[in-house]
Unconditional design. Structure first.
Length: 388
């Protein structure tokens, strides 16, 4: 009976040949001289047992039939053996990832079918899938910082290498300023390490309006709009996502009242401003002129001293990191002057009705005679008062 072959291990190899192939079957010993052929090419071999032969594949191309021939008993049925071209790689995408591993990359090249290994700088890929003869999807293993060569191994051999860079995970240490208005728009400076190549900056999950990588240790970003509260700011690079640093969104302050709501042009009037979100006020302004001084009493109250200003009504505003409030009206009133009193004399018992003439008399709150309040008075106009 002729010999029988049931399997070839491996069933493919490089076109250059010279690799060992285990031929499994039966009838390999005690049958006289044997010949092993790959296609029509006879090759050298060793009979290991009645059921196994180790043959050296000759050079070849394509798929050929392997047979074992016993000169006296006939030739076995054939089994196919495929000559595989050496794999090549042309690109990897993305070309960088975290030192922690886990980056999914797509390798593009040729002769990738039947890949048995993908390595990153000698470290096996965490996993890989052969999508086609020209593409493999692989998951990068963990590795130290630096650039390594990624290679693919098939029955045809090991490919050339394409570069993959392992990037350290970014870290953040500070954000300055660390607070701003809920409307966004605040420019902040993030400080940390491994920030080069940042692909995203996030404020509590909301992307920054814009950002610029200044260096490996600094990013300038514009805060997006967000609701009131404290959020974590993070940076993402090919190396991963950083730890978070805190940034607080502050509500815009509002003013509802000012008391008193008028004072002299010379300034110096102490007023109480009432409103909301006044904590951390950095400025109080009277028509654009800074208050002489101010004290934040609570989130709803500020005490301020008016600066000097020209006659007229101005808007008073308060500014915090949350922005600048609406304005409440404060009237600067000119100092009153008196030019005449008629009559200019009367009895010590009082009761004389006199007419005072002058300027800026509207809104008079007191008329005094040598420090003693008038019995009564009436403001007739901005230039005249009648007093008893």
């Amino acid at each position: 009976m002729p010999p029988v072959i049931t399997s070839l291990t491996p069933s493919s190899g490089p076109t250059a040949g010279l690799n060992s192939v285990k031929i499994t079957g039966s009838g390999f010993s005690g049958v006289g001289p044997l010949a092993v052929r790959f296609g029509t090419t006879a090759t050298t071999f060793t009979i290991d047992s009645n059921t196994q032969i180790t043959a050296i594949a000759p050079p070849g191309t394509g798929t050929v039939n392997v047979t074992v021939q016993a000169l006296l008993d006939g030739t076995s049925g054939p089994l196919p053996y495929t000559y595989a071209g050496v794999p090549t790689l042309t690109s990897i995408s993305p070309a960088s990832g975290s030192v922690a591993g886990g980056t999914t990359v797509v390798l593009t090249g040729t002769n990738l079918t039947g890949a048995t290994a993908v390595s990153f700088g000698g470290t096996p890929a965490t996993s890989f899938t052969v999508n086609s003869s020209t593409q493999i999807t692989a998951v990068a293993p963990a590795h130290s910082v630096g650039t390594v060569l990624v290679k693919v191994t098939t029955a045809g051999g090991t490919s050339n290498g394409v570069s993959f860079t392992y990037v350290a995970v970014p870290t953040l240490t500070t954000v300055v300023p660390n607070a701003g208005p809920v409307t966004g728009g605040t420019t902040v400076v993030l400080t940390g390490t491994n920030l080069t190549g940042a692909t995203a900056v996030s404020f509590g999950g909301t992307p920054a309006t814009s950002f610029t990588v200044n260096s490996s240790t600094q990013i300038t970003a514009v805060a997006p709009a967000h609701s009131v509260g404290t959020v974590s700011v993070t940076v993402t690079t090919a190396g991963g996502t950083s730890n978070g640093v805190s940034y607080t969104y502050v509500a815009v302050p509002t003013l509802t009242a000012i008391a008193p709501n008028a004072g002299p042009v010379a300034g110096g009037t102490t007023v109480v401003l009432t409103g909301t979100n006044l904590t951390g006020a950095t400025a109080v302004s009277f028509g654009g002129t800074p208050a002489t001084s101010f004290t934040v009493n609570s989130s709803t109250q500020i005490t301020a001293v008016t600066p000097a200003h020209s006659v007229g009504t101005v808007l008073v505003t308060a500014t915090t990191v949350g922005g600048t409030s609406n304005g409440v009206a404060f009237a600067y009133v000119a100092v009153p002057t008196l030019t005449a009193i008629a009559p200019n004399a009367g009895p010590v018992t009082g009761g004389t009705t006199v007419v005072l003439t002058g300027t800026n008399l509207t809104g008079a709150t007191a008329v005094s005679f040598g420090g003693t309040p008038a019995t009564s008075f009436t403001v007739n106009s901005s230039t005249q008062i009648t007093a008893v």
